[in-house]
Design a protein around this ligand. Structure first.
Ligand code: NCD
Length: 326
């Protein structure tokens, strides 16, 4: 499939025999290394499509993708819209604000309405962990989780994996430090599944109040290293992934001050200098510059933050394509 897409501008991947793909993408916890590898390969083909003068293939022509965004988002929402359009799908985006949700309509009623209107794929972001799982139990089409509460964000993890592989040529054996607000982060959790499945060594670094249950991390991912010492753990790191402080999900009193947080847990040039010379600096965005990352590091040659955003469209195309083919 991927060669067809890449080699012929007029090819329609929809004419390929039906592959045995999964119906929903809710998290990466049930993905094998092979399946992630296939998705990264399809993503490379999709990226090639996006580099053409006409960034569109007809793979999802006649399919309807509904983006249900019940939580604020810029890059993920626009990225999904562009991805669905690049595959020639009909795309509609709805938000809770301004919809019948404000009149008290339940999540399942909203889903049934979208189903009756012909939605084939629902892309869903919700502030409650588990909401896309509920919809997936009842919706007759496919559900793609675009971030649920503090639980999972599979497309972010896949675009991070793709970016690492693209830049460093592999994921297996790399030392990846994830630093910041781990306890509130769906990005950290999905990346833990993805990175460990692909054979990376992951270190979680956070103040204890933002680390969450260390025993849970080590029970679920036995090989993960946990530390509160960023200076120590960035040594020889191949990737430093910093996370946004999720102020909207925090109770008060978790941090003495932002200044102290950035002193001990901020990614700055001195810390990056202790990592491997090829070390990538990543951030899922949106950034609190000057808090979790300094502006000079965010725009440095080692930062791949914009590449992550660009690669997000290709990853989402790959997933929408696979769901449409399930
Ligand atoms: C992340 C999210 O919304 O979970 N951002 C994103 O999708 N690009 C991370 C965050 O909000 O901190």
């Amino acid at each position: 499939m991927s060669t067809t897409l890449a080699s012929s501008p007029n090819s329609t991947v929809a004419t390929q025999p039906q592959a045995n793909y999964r119906r929903h993408v809710l998290d990466l916890d049930d993905f094998s290394r092979d399946e992630i590898g296939e998705i990264l390969e399809t993503t490379a083909s999709m990226k090639e499509v996006l580099n053409r003068p006409i960034k569109q293939v007809p793979a999802l022509r006649g399919k309807t993708v509904v983006n249900m965004f019940f939580e604020d988002s810029t890059r993920t929402r626009i990225s999904f819209e562009l991805a669905a359009r690049a595959l020639s799908a009909n795309v509609v985006t709805m938000s809770a604000r301004g919809s019948s949700v404000e009149k008290g309509e339940s999540l399942l009623d909203t889903m049934r309405t979208l189903q009756a209107l012909g939605a084939d794929i629902i892309v869903m972001r919700h502030r409650e962990s588990g909401a896309p799982y509920l919809v997936a139990q009842h919706f007759l089409g496919s559900v793609l989780n675009a971030g649920d509460g503090r639980h999972a964000h599979p497309t972010q993890a896949l675009l991070d994996l793709f970016t690492i592989q693209e830049r460093l040529g592999r994921i297996e054996g790399l030392k990846v430090v994830i630093v910041g607000d781990i306890v509130h982060s769906r990005v950290a959790r999905s990346n833990l599944w993805g990175l460990t499945t692909m054979g990376a060594h992951v270190t979680l670094c956070a103040p204890t109040t933002l680390l969450g249950p260390a025993a849970f991390w080590t029970a679920t991912w036995p090989k993960v290293t946990i530390t509160t010492d960023l200076d120590e753990c960035v040594r020889d790191a191949d990737v430093i992934m910093t996370l946004r402080l999720q102020k909207e999900r925090q109770e008060s009193g978790l941090l003495p001050s932002l200044r102290e947080y950035s002193r001990f847990f901020g990614v700055n040039a001195a810390r990056v200098a202790c990592a491997a010379p090829h070390c990538l600096v990543m951030h899922p965005g949106p950034m609190n510059e000057g808090v979790e990352i300094t502006p000079d590091v965010a725009t440095s040659a080692q930062s791949v933050i914009e590449t992550q955003v660009t690669n997000g469209v290709a990853v989402r195309m790959a997933l929408l394509y696979r769901l449409a083919e399930h």
